[in-house]
Design a protein. Sequence first.
Length: 203
Amino acid sequence: MAVAGRTKRQVLLEFRTTEILEAARTVFAQHGFAAATIDNIALTAGVAKGTVYLYFPSKRDLFLACLREGVLALHAELAAELRAASNCQARLHAFIAVRFQYFSRNRDFFRIYYTEFSQLVAGNAQPEFQDLYEQQAAVLESVLADGVQSGLFRPCDVPGTARLVYDLTRAALAQHILHPAAETPEIPIDSLYQFVLKGIGPS
């Protein structure tokens, strides 16, 4: 019998996949990739170890699935906010704000993301993560290029500046997520936005 256009089996598969991914995010965030085990993930998900392998052939496949799902969800959220932004400055603010808000809600996922980003810097990241990073960098480049063209941002090395802003945002996120203080996401969002805007805003 179909449920909202899907069969009962499809709904069950989706539910079970979500359960396993949520458990995996928790375990990977707590123990790191090397120390995490399928046994622990299965225990956290409340399923048999064999069930995990039915959905994901290996621990690496499961890790990459966690990473891919989280990044794609972030991309979708960002795309919606960028469409709603009124100008390039608002789009720049959205790029920073969405990342802070998303990762503040998904702190376990940020720890996984941060680990893989470190591998990217070292040149050891998975090709798929490299592609996801380049997609986000391209979005930011587009925001900056439009801002320069419209006069809202001063002329600059757009690709280099985009990656600098991206890295500044990641570093500020690490400070906020990995070393949490009493501040809400709005405080570092505004601080970082104002800092970047002072650097690239019109003279």
